[in-house]
Design a protein around this ligand. Structure first.
Ligand SMILES: C[S@@+](CC[C@H](N)C(=O)[O-])C[C@H]1O[C@@H](n2cnc3c(N)ncnc32)[C@H](O)[C@@H]1O
Length: 317
């Protein structure tokens, strides 16, 4: 068991979704977070676990939205921190009132944040400011506010470094990064190895990861779209052999792919998990395939919550 990776206890979240709703009885706009297992919204304008810059936007944003003429059309707010800009996203359920929109744009300019409007759940329009990016272990990773990014930047950085260490990367390695997202692990790895293939389910993120490799001048990283719940035979990347594999699935784990990992030839597998239950289940499969569990470490990505992130190293001699 390795020492846990920890970061700051407060100010660590670089993204949050703020719920908005007009209360039926009082007709007042509510701005905050949902009560556990409830639809009720608790007004919150000070969230100490949120990045200080994002937290400072909460109160003025609530005051602004209270002045809107059509508050019933408001859906929710997303607050996201990039290293170049803070981002505010407004999901609205009907076309925004012109005056309301003008006031919001003026607010974004005054606060020097990027503003996106989200008229539908899959449509994002940037109306003020720049696209956000974050810097990670020597690479730049641009993202859209609806793309998955790791919530805790400080612990993410330590996590990527530890994963690269545990994989014991060499300049000759061919590496496979499953559930690769925007290339959070793939791009830093590509700087150290012969080649990286990243596989991700969301098309838009595969495109973005490919673009991210280009802007970082990493010609040895390629990305493919695949649903990793399905059989991988027939996938172009699945016929190749790899020396090392990293996987970082969502809470559901990797039951669809984990049974097939030993076919890919790797001697080292690093499994990053946000759900100990699916990690335990998937570990059993790796042990059955002849891998040994060499290292296990915890990461406190979400202080003050019950969520636990972990990392396991499996080796086959
Ligand atoms: C925990 S995130 C990790 C992303 C990336 N490794 C990072 O560090 O930012 C899990 C990723 O798995 C992707 N994903 C979830 N289910 C999937 C599936 N069935 N097939 C392929 N990718 C999937 C999600 O879109 C998401 O990008």
């Amino acid at each position: 068991l390795e020492a846990p990776l920890v970061g700051e206890a407060l100010g660590y979240r670089r993204r949050a979704r703020v719920s908005l709703k007009v209360d039926k009885k009082s007709r007042q706009l509510q701005f905050g977070f949902r009560k556990k297992q409830s639809k009720e919204i608790v007004n919150v304008v000070d969230c100490p676990v949120l990045d200080a810059g994002l937290n400072a936007l909460m109160s003025p944003l609530f005051e602004l939205l209270k002045t809107f003429r059509h508050q019933e059309n408001l859906g929710h707010i997303e607050l996201v921190k990039g290293d170049n800009t803070l981002v505010v996203v407004l999901r609205h359920m009907k076309a925004l009132d012109e005056q309301d929109q003008a006031a919001l744009e003026a607010f974004a300019k005054e606060q020097q944040v990027s503003l996106y409007l989200m008229p539908q759940s899959d449509v994002l329009n940037r109306v003020v400011g720049d696209q956000a990016h974050y810097l990670e272990t020597g690479v730049t990773i641009p993202f859209e506010p609806n793309n998955f990014i790791q919530v805790n930047q400080d612990v993410n950085r330590k996590m990527v470094e530890q994963a690269l260490n545990w994989l014991d990367l060499t300049a000759e390695d061919r590496v496979l990064d499953l559930f690769c997202g925007l290339g959070n692990f793939s791009l830093p790895m590509a700087k150290k190895v012969r080649s990286v293939i990243g596989v991700e389910g969301v098309d838009a993120m595969v495109e973005k990861a490919t673009h991210n490799a280009e802007i970082n001048q990493l010609e040895n990283a390629r990305f493919f779209q695949a649903n990793l719940e399905q059989d991988m035979s027939g996938q172009p990347w699945a016929t190749e052999k790899f020396d090392k594999i990293l996987l970082d699935p969502a809470r559901a784990g990797a039951s669809g792919i984990v049974d097939q990992l030993s076919d890919l030839g790797a001697s080292r597998v690093v499994y990053v998990s946000c759900n100990p239950a699916t990690l335990a289940r998937d570990s059993q499969s790796l042990l059955n395939q002849g891998f040994q569990l060499r290292k296990l470490g915890m990461l406190d990505m979400f202080p003050h919550t019950s969520h636990l992130e972990s990392m396991a190293l499996f080796v086959k001699d």
